[in-house]
Design a protein around this ligand. Structure first.
Ligand SMILES: Cc1cc2nc3c(=O)[nH]c(=O)nc-3n(C[C@H](O)[C@H](O)[C@H](O)COP(=O)(O)O)c2cc1C
Length: 352
């Protein structure tokens, strides 16, 4: 309780005084430098770690120490992998990484919409590139039970604006990760807004050739596809059918919301900023798509539920809708680092 109070009343107002990107940089710096000490990691684990009674959970042959993970986009350069387990995460998606390094879009890349419990994301796939990120991950000694997934997107530059260029870019990244024997699972992110060529692989005629080509890269790891949430069910279902037919293990549902009309507080609707909305505006859209996907595909399709998990109840709702695992970013920022532990406790209760 003290830690929750301290975050909500002291740390959060202080952090929210600064720009989100600056706070993110500070957080990563702290994660990398302070958390080299085992003593600090153990202290973190006392306050925020996975509750002891949490049962291991197996999905597609991978054993997860907890069903709550960090979604793609927060640890995009893979720097935090050694510390996230001590903060209550059972897994993460590093990235999205791209074949070439990416500066991202011009600032502001992140804007907090406080009353709407959302972040407007205009990051444009900023990351160090697959080579640098992979070498960094290889240099770590990660806790054995921690599950490291890697999200792959196409480089945000003109070379990738064509369909062939885009496909080659994804294939280059996947091949490299496989060659380096990295990652417990891979997620193919076809739903990133605000990049060159747009969200062009989230259409059946383009998704199929991309996923077919990626399937030619030989490896044994599960592969998931991260889908957009601004699709009607009639548009969404054909994508799912292709993913299933091509032998992918499942989906992440889903990415950011691109509809500003879904902002809870219309007064926060930005006039000049561009980007996708995270947090609360994603919650119901993603949960409904999860529910329909589970109903249509039953048990043989893995669903990772993501979008607007701000409380333990939200996570429970995604699991009840049919998600096997859940992920978040925005909930941790708005509600604090104790959220992951609360989620595990809630899911433990309902599993008993
Ligand atoms: C700052 C930020 C950066 C993101 N970058 C990526 C990304 O690189 N790749 C991706 O697949 N999703 C990215 N996302 C989307 C998140 O993974 C997630 O799908 C979305 O934020 C909804 O979850 P949330 O409401 O828990 O934040 C990003 C989200 C945020 C907030």
């Amino acid at each position: 309780m003290v830690m929750i109070f301290l975050y909500q009343r002291v740390l959060k107002p202080f952090l929210f005084f600064f720009s989100p990107e600056l706070v993110h940089q500070a957080f990563v710096w702290a994660g990398v430098n302070l958390c080299r000490s085992l003593w600090i990691k153990k202290t973190l684990a006392i306050f925020y770690g996975i509750p002891q009674e949490t049962k291991l959970f197996v999905v597609d042959g991978i054993t997860y120490p907890a069903r709550i993970g960090l979604a793609a986009g927060f640890d995009y350069n893979g720097k935090l992998a050694p510390v996230l387990l001590y903060m209550g995460f059972g897994f993460e998606e590093v990235g999205s990484v791209t074949a070439r390094p990416c500066e991202g879009n011009p600032r502001p890349r992140l804007t907090r919409l406080i009353r709407s419990k959302s972040i407007l994301v205009y990051k444009g796939l900023r990351n160090d590139g697959v080579h640098a990120v992979a070498q960094r991950l290889k240099s770590f000694q990660l806790p054995q039970k921690y599950v490291l997934g890697i999200s792959i997107a196409k480089t945000n530059d003109a070379l990738c604006a064509t369909m062939e260029g885009g496909i080659e870019d994804y294939v280059t990244s996947l091949r490299y990760l496989v060659k380096e024997n990295l990652g417990a699972f891979y997620t193919i992110n076809v739903s990133c807004p605000n990049v060159h060529g747009g969200e062009d692989f989230a259409f059946p005629e383009r998704l199929r050739p991309l996923l077919a080509r990626l399937k030619e890269v030989a490896h044994q790891r599960p592969m998931y596809v991260k889908l957009p949430i601004n699709k009607t069910w009639d548009e969404f279902l054909p994508l799912l059918k292709i993913i299933k037919e091509l032998g992918y293990h499942g989906v992440v549902i889903g990415n950011l919301n691109k509809n500003y009309d879904d902002l809870q507080i219309q007064a926060e609707r930005p006039e000049t900023f561009r980007g996708g909305l995270s947090g609360l505006p994603c919650r119901n859209l993603s949960t409904e798509l999860i529910r329909k996907t589970r109903e249509s595909f039953q048990k043989d399709f893995t669903i990772i539920g993501c979008g607007g998990i701000l409380t333990a109840d939200d996570a429970q709702e995604k699991i009840e809708a049919g998600a096997d695992l859940v992920q978040l970013v925005t909930g941790m920022i708005f509600n604090g680092p104790h959220l992951m532990r609360q989620i595990s406790k809630k899911l433990n209760q309902s599993q008993q």
